[in-house]
Write a protein that binds this ligand. Sequence first.
Ligand code: NAD
Length: 318
Amino acid sequence: MYKIALIGNIHEDGVKLLKKYKFSLNFIRNFSKKNLINKLKNIDGIALRTSKLDKSILQECKKLKIISRHGVGVDNIDVNFTNKKKITILITGNSNSASVAEHVISMFLNLCKNSFIADKLVRSNNFRKKYEMSPSYELYQKNIFIIGFGRIGKSLSKRCNAFESNVLVYDPYVDKKTIKKNNCIPINFNQGIKKADFISIHLPLTKKTKYLITKKHLTKMKKTCIIVNTSRGSIIKEKDLYWALSKKIIHSAGLDVFETEPPLKNNPLFKLNNIIFSPHNAALTEECKRRMGVETCQNLINYFFNKKKIKKNNFLNT
Ligand code: NAD
């Protein structure tokens, strides 16, 4: 009987699937290093939410064959180590692109219509101050620059095309034909930054993508540019974003992710009124939580009982 550790909460429909296959299940809620090392020693497979599995933990998992990640980012796993030890990592590549793409659209619209400010005006009996509000904009016929054309980037492009926007895409690892086939316009990074009315980032966090957006790039953006980040916090340098927003170098920003999570209480961005936040919950719709839970568990079942059934999108780097 294979032993599976579920680190963090996995949707009950996923757990039911594992039970059908008679796995021995170990539910872990204490994420301290000591407890993880202790509980993972004899485990064959892990269903993993956001807890960090670094080398010091992984090297103690002598029987571990597979980590099934609930989500797509793997920056909480020491992938160099798992590669060396030939531990498979599977992701829920098909589950969350629609929910994250919708979250981006919701942030775009909220920011360009000033909805969060308008709501405050009405509640504070300042109805007539609508004429003093900063201008509102549309997505219609605007240049939307998508950085990273993987699962979420593609899913967002479909939604942006529905708004009749011009969708500009930068992804050096995707060929231009594919971008054009999806009714988008391939563009280089610097041109995209300059032309964009809206920017959305959909990249993994790597050495190359850390601080991809800094003061240097923010300075080149339109004054009316709106930028949203739902990928990983450190892709935009927060200190520089604060500078650009406080000096009104760009219109506004939406962040679902932060350099430090949870963000520090005194994060200077919280003082600004041209930025909105969400607590890294872009993928946490009810529908998506279920899809991710089921897919995380299905990946484990497929790995142990029928590897051929693993979907291409669920392997890392596809
Ligand atoms: P994906 O792997 O399908 O796509 C990533 C794309 O980035 C790929 O097409 C790749 O070619 C491209 N890329 C990699 N390095 C690049 C670079 N230096 N410059 C330009 N393009 C580059 O991933 P995805 O499923 O679209 O997810 C994107 C990211 O979103 C994830 O890595 C994760 O960090 C984040 N995410 C966040 C949430 C959330 O709740 N906020 C949910 C899911 C995913």
